[in-house]
Design a protein around this ligand. Sequence first.
Ligand SMILES: [Zn+2]
Length: 112
Amino acid sequence: MIIRTNSDKSPTRTSPCVICKKQEDEHKPEGHVFERDSSLPLWHGWHALRRGIATNPHTLGVDDKDIQAILRHSNISITQNLYIKSVSASQVSAMDSLSESLNYAMTMQRVG
Ligand SMILES: [Zn+2]
């Protein structure tokens, strides 16, 4: 599927159908509904990719000046204020707990 985001007008592709491997925009009703391959990450746009490129090294202790250079920002405040998302260990733990409880609820719903 080709999608266009509000911030980026260049076309991007999403995950193919897990059953027939066709992209969503090429997918026709061929006896099944389009089912995105959930083993592949969901595309959230170029800004989200750049936020991940900034946040993950920051979490690993990479100096913000190096992250600024990687993202080619002229001013480090842009990198720190707009791209690095600080996430505390307790926030990660809370989201992991939420994910586990949702997975459990979805599993129980499928079972019966
Ligand atoms: Zn398909």
